[in-house]
Ligand binder design. Structure first.
Ligand SMILES: [Zn+2]
Length: 351
């Protein structure tokens, strides 16, 4: 169901925003659909990045605006976006700092849609610090005060210390995260460890990053073979694998064979109950999203006269922004539905 949220008067430029199949912006000269779940009828469709919940199968009627990297990464995941464009009149794509190729879009120099957003510099990714706009549509995955992450540098120091401790104790590690985004960050940040293996889907994703110009070391492909069993006997090792709960059959069989420490990397790790609910041994709060205070800083930098929040704690974050004097409201209701309890279905091998 489509709900029109904002219809500005002609004097204000005639831009309207509605929420239904993704977010639709209608200007006086074109319409554009933002991250729809299915093909749209708008003049343009913007795909912000290649995570599965942001791509769709196009029908060829709407011109797809997307970065070159997202097109390639989406193709690798089975989504052929067809003929695409990387720019359109009166729009500007800006790196959103979330994963390789992820973009925010500024429409008519007035409406900024962030897509998934990270303002922190991490490994090969530069954070998006914000840009001036009139209307801001911002994701609020971690839009609850409680979600504040340590610095990336501090997390990396802690992770290296933890790996050293495990290796000294003769324990191998399985490090899990989204196969697109987190797995490449881990591959980059932990490139000096040896031996490191990767699961096939991550090997392919890493390869694609290298082809797109990211300096990633090539790790050996993991296979559950006799050859690996022999190598595993030589001493502790690291395996980078897609997110999966500790109860998955893969983790269960690895636990039986090798007794590894199962670790994950996610902003939800700020909650101590997260790793227990996922049945994991350790969780580090390394995220590809802004934390709460970074979201607030981002809004301040954009200095918008209207803010719409989407995803995660949309209502709670909008209420916080109103307390700071911003005119803010959620584009969708149902706070907390995207927290990690329901995210367990998303932390699958495919995100
Ligand atoms: Zn994403």
């Amino acid at each position: 169901m489509t709900r029109t949220i904002s219809k500005l008067s002609r004097e204000e430029g005639g831009i309207s925003i509605s929420n239904g199949n993704g977010i639709t912006i209608a200007t006086d000269s074109f319409s554009i659909s933002l991250d729809p779940k299915s093909a749209s009828k708008c003049d343009y469709t913007f795909v912000s990045h290649a995570h599965i919940d942001h791509v769709h199968v196009p029908n060829g009627k709407s011109k797809i605006i997307v970065s070159g990297e997202t097109k390639e990464l989406a193709k690798l995941r089975g989504y052929n976006l067809g003929e695409v464009i990387s720019e359109a009149p009166d729009t500007e794509l800006i790196d959103s700092g979330h994963i390789l190729g992820s973009k925010a879009i500024l429409i008519k120099d007035r409406v900024l849609y962030t897509g998934d957003l990270c303002s922190r510099d991490r490994a090969f990714l530069k954070g998006f610090k914000g840009t001036s706009c009139e209307t801001l549509i911002i994701e609020s995955t971690y839009g609850r005060r409680h979600y504040v992450f340590p610095s990336v540098e501090d997390i990396v120091v802690e992770v290296n210390r933890f790996i050293s401790y495990c290796f000294d104790s003769g324990r191998p590690l399985i490090l899990t995260g989204y196969p697109l985004g987190k797995a490449q960050l881990l591959s980059y940040l932990l490139r000096d460890w040896d031996p490191v293996y990767v699961i096939d889907s991550i090997h392919r994703m890493n390869d694609c990053h290298v082809k797109l110009g990211v300096d990633l070391r090539e790790f050996e492909l993991f296979s559950s073979s006799k050859a690996f069993e022999e190598k595993a006997k030589r001493g502790p090792w690291i395996l980078i694998a897609p997110s999966t709960g500790g109860k998955s059959s893969f983790v269960r069989s690895m636990r039986e064979k090798y007794n590894p420490i199962i670790t994950t990397f996610s902003g939800w790790a700020v909650d101590s109950r997260y790793r227990f609910s996922m049945n994991l041994d350790k969780a580090f709060p390394l995220s590809d999203h802004c934390d709460f205070s970074e979201l607030v800083d981002f809004v301040r930098k954009c200095s918008p006269s209207k803010v719409y929040t989407v995803h995660g704690f949309a209502s709670e974050f909008a209420a916080h922004l109103r307390g700071l004097g911003f005119d803010a409201e959620p584009l969708e209701h149902g706070d907390g539905e995207n927290d990690y309890v329901s995210q367990r279905t998303l932390t699958s091998f495919s995100h």
